[in-house]
Design a protein around this ligand. Structure first.
Ligand code: P6P
Length: 334
């Protein structure tokens, strides 16, 4: 007998008590928005939604039409519910305050509405990543500063991967659960709970074309993987790089692995490519909740105190023993 997302959230609240009704509403509304995004993504060329929107986002990246559609779907789905005070998105320079015509809630929602959008036009899995924070007590209005909380302060985090299946992956701090979209019923059905990432792995994910720009500890780690059985690791490694963080992270949650987008010399002033608030923090928490680890090479990602809404960070996450090894190599070379 299948368990729907709603039933799961209600029963988790009854058993554990950390999904108050406002948070449950938020998660159900986000899931419904992901269903709409999945429909738009699945139409592809038939929906006239492929290609560029001929505009740039705050990162200076060309926006795809689906990036903007996904962003609008998430805003419209969430602004009326009374559960949110404001939202922040990779696709918007500044925060989005819930309009005065709607009641304000206690939660802040951050999202990358369609991560991996360079893969949209080539039909490779992409996804929506979201993170939920509480609005700080006492603050009257809402400002960008209210969002600048460490990842450890998240009350919920998740992603939805639009691949051969549309799967919603969620944590509220009590492990990780996966829900697969049943298109006939139009609902997300629980297909895995208590997800566990193996502590060891033989698979690494990194964009090898950047090798000449990497810092010493990353070069050392990857060189050892490439030496295989004959080298210090005593085993052969496999490599994957989908260039869609949601897809690479989903593989790691499913069978282990280590994902790395480290700092490199191309733009020395940038700590990394990926964004802290709505990519590294939600994914880092999900990975930790599944028994893995997530660091920036020096410390736990979830302990980083954000300075800016769209700041970037170096990311090493996945199978705990491998993340600890890469982090140790950074500390030894510091
Ligand atoms: P590169 C997608 O644009 C993204 O933000 C992540 O989803 C992905 O892991 C990374 O960038 C891919 O970057 O430099 O390999 O194209």
């Amino acid at each position: 007998m299948s368990i729907s997302l709603t039933r799961y959230l209600v029963e988790q609240q009854r058993a554990k008590g950390h999904i108050p009704s406002e948070l449950r509403l938020l998660l159900e509304v986000v899931a419904r928005a992901c269903k709409s995004i999945s429909q738009a993504v699945n139409k592809g060329a038939l929906g006239g939604v492929l290609g560029s929107a001929h505009s740039e986002n705050v990162q200076g990246e060309v926006q795809k039409k689906l990036d903007i559609i996904a962003n609008e779907v998430l805003i419209e789905a969430n602004e009326w519910g009374g559960h949110l005070a404001a939202m922040a998105s990779e696709e918007m320079d500044s925060i989005y305050l819930v309009p005065n015509r709607y009641p304000q809630g206690e939660y802040l929602l951050l999202f990358d509405p369609l991560d991996g959008s360079s893969n949209i036009d080539v039909n490779v899995s992409i996804g929506t990543i979201f993170s939920v924070l509480r609005k700080p007590e006492g603050s009257l209005g809402v400002s960008e500063a209210d969002f600048l909380q460490p990842g450890a302060a998240q009350v919920a985090a998740g992603y939805c991967i639009y691949g051969p299946q549309t799967t919603l992956v969620l944590t509220v701090g009590d492990g990780v659960a996966m829900f697969t979209l049943d298109r006939e019923q139009g609902s997300f059905v629980l297909t895995q709970e208590d997800v566990q990432i193996p502590a060891d792995t033989k698979e690494f994910a990194i964009n090898m074309s950047n090798m000449r720009h990497w810092d010493t500890p990353v070069k050392r780690y990857i060189d050892e993987c490439l030496q295989g059985k004959e080298g210090v690791r005593g085993k052969d490694f496999n490599m994957r790089w989908i260039a869609s963080m949601v897809a690479d992270v989903h593989r790691i949650l499913t069978r282990g692995g280590v994902f790395m987008y480290p700092w490199d010399k191309r733009e020395p002033n940038k700590p990394g490519k990926l964004r802290l608030m709505y990519e590294a923090n939600p994914m880092g928490w999900i990975v930790e909740q599944a028994g893995g680890a997530a660091t920036n090479g020096h410390g736990r990602i979830l302990d980083i105190m954000p300075q800016q809404l769209h700041e970037r960070v170096s990311v090493i996450l996945g199978s705990r023993n491998e993340v600890e090894r890469v982090t140790r190599y950074h500390q030894e070379s510091a």
